[in-house]
Design a protein around this ligand. Structure first.
Ligand code: AHR
Length: 530
């Protein structure tokens, strides 16, 4: 049996985990909104048409901030179509669909309030620019007394929406994007739009669009130019990252987290260079505002041609990827990469939330269920809060065509007042991994829980959850987890993602200060203390 060793460096903090690391994304695309979060007439729908079963799963998932309304969709979107009593039906050219605008900003904000999530709003810098971004911000955040803010009030929202996070366009480096731009064109537009937006509401945070993926021919030069032109205005730069298993190369796929680590480091280095060159005393975070497993090759080969040449329909089924055990392990390890880089990653959004490459699936008039990828996300979001600690791994190396040799064990450790949380991946396809964890310096600990996502009995790494078998893949308890002194010993199943939660003994209350030693003061014959 393969062996591995993990050492937790109890005194070495990497960074505090931001709540915004557990974001997700709802785009007006496919069935994310219509028959996803919104389906009037569904047996679980509330009076506003929001599906109760989906809402319940969103809460269980633990998503904190939701990017909206796109995505590619936003680059052709006219926001004013989606507010007020008149909702024109429009072509959505990005996804070859018909957009009814029945759900718009007000409806989405109501849903977000009910779900308890923060909105991350994108503006259209594809077909539009400064004027419309400024108008949307004024409509959303200005209290009262202007035509736009009063229009919002007349439309039912007395108080401003108070949206803090704003994305300056989407994937503007991609030739598929409506209004695709060069880095100079986009960098100038982002800077000028952002400047005006901050004059309207200085409390907002702006996200400039970075690269659509690390294989873009412009990756690196895009970030350099965009940052050069906008670093003084923006607060975050985005990074989008999708992974899939191609050509049977499971080893590289399972090492996707290594790819994401490197991608983040490369963008971080460009941010540092730019801030240094411009003498700017500020931080610019990395917003990984689209990340996931996405079988894009299937989309391009199978879905896209008929979909994009066919009729125009409302909310067609687009990229409803069904996720396997392997995909769940990769999603878990991508989230571990985000945590490991919590000192640079200011927020992150699993793309997307419902139906469209999503952890939650729903059928019109039917049930909603958890995909395999739901589980590592929900378990991490619920437990991995606090501070990421440095940890070191010793394990066998696995050769991967895409990333070279990578460790068989992947690990991240997070500490908070109540718990020490270990996130662990065994990248071996067929061997169990015997792991011992050196917890010296972490204080007195007690195992609270240890669960794992792996191939179910009688299943395989390709097992999925479906409408008829929604719980084929669920987290299962790890057996034989032993804590002796400072060493935790456990066995990680082949191809698995696991989470171990250890209760931290509360710091002993400080001992009461010793009573001052009784001293005898002698008064000498002259009245002085001797
Ligand atoms: O999430 C699906 C699509 O992927 C988004 O619309 C786009 O931004 C990205 O290419």
């Amino acid at each position: 049996m393969a062996k591995a060793h993990l050492r937790v460096h109890a005194d070495e903090n990497v960074a505090v985990v931001s709540d915004r690391l557990f974001g997700s994304f709802v785009e007006h695309m496919g069935r994310a909104v219509y028959t996803g979060i919104f389906e009037p007439g569904h047996p679980t729908a509330d009076s506003r048409g929001f599906r109760g079963d989906v809402l319940e799963l969103v809460r269980e998932l633990g998503a904190t901030v939701i990017r909206y309304p796109g995505g590619n969709f936003v680059s052709g979107f006219r926001w004013e179509d989606s507010v007020g009593p008149d909702r024109p039906v429009r072509l959505d050219v990005a996804w070859h669909s018909v957009e009814t605008n029945v759900v718009g900003l007000h409806e989405f904000a109501d849903w977000a309030d009910t779900a308890g999530v923060e909105i991350m709003q994108a503006v259209n810098l594809g077909t539009r620019g400064i004027e419309d971004a400024a108008a949307l911000l004024e409509y959303s955040n200005h209290p009262t007394g202007t035509a736009l803010s009063d229009e919002r009030r007349a439309n039912g929202r007395e108080k401003p929406f108070g949206i803090t996070l704003w994305c300056l366009g989407n994937e503007m480096d991609g030739p598929w994007q409506i209004g695709h731009k060069t880095a100079v064109e986009y960098g100038r537009l982002a800077a000028e739009t952002g400047r005006v937006m901050k004059w309207i509401d200085p409390s907002i945070e702006l996200v400039a669009a970075g690269s659509s993926n690390a294989d873009m021919p412009t990756f690196g030069s895009w970030e350099r130019t965009v940052l050069e032109l906008s670093a003084d205005v923006i607060d975050h730069v985005s990074l989008h990252a999708y992974y899939e298993e191609t050509g049977g190369d499971a080893a590289s796929f399972l090492a996707s987290g290594v790819g994401l680590d490197r991608y983040i480091s490369a963008v971080a280095a460009i941010i540092d260079e730019t801030l240094d060159a411009q003498g700017l005393d500020k931080t610019i975070g990395i917003s990984v505002d689209e990340w996931n497993v996405w079988y894009q090759s299937r989309f391009n080969d199978v879905d896209k041609p008929p979909l994009f040449e066919g009729e125009w329909n409302e909310h067609p089924r687009i990229i409803e990827d069904e996720y396997s055990v392997t995909d769940a392990v990769v999603v878990g390890s991508l989230l571990m990469s985000l945590l490991r880089n919590a000192d640079r990653v200011s927020m992150a959004n699993l793309a997307q939330l419902v139906n469209v490459i999503a952890p939650i699936r729903s059928e019109p008039g039917g049930p909603a269920w958890r995909q395999t990828t739901f589980h590592p996300f929900a378990l991490t979001a619920a437990a991995a809060r606090g501070t990421v600690l440095r940890s070191t791994v010793e394990s066998r190396a696995i050769d991967t065509p895409l990333y070279g040799p990578v460790d068989e064990l992947d690990a991240v450790v997070v500490l908070n007042d109540a718990e020490l949380v270990l996130l662990l991946v065994n990248r071996s396809l067929d061997e169990q991994l015997e792991l011992d964890v050196d917890l010296a310096g972490c204080g007195a600990l007690k195992v609270v829980s240890a669960v794992s996502v792996h191939a179910p009995a009688g299943g395989s790494r390709f097992s999925t959850n479906t409408e008829s078998h929604p719980d084929a893949v669920v987290p299962v308890a790890l057996e034989a987890v032993g804590l002796a002194g400072d060493t935790l010993a456990l066995a990680l199943p082949p191809l698995s993602w696991s989470i171990v939660r250890l209760a931290v003994a509360p710091e002993p209350a400080p001992a009461p200060a010793p009573a001052p030693a009784e001293t005898t003061t002698t008064i000498d014959s002259e009245g002085a203390a001797a």
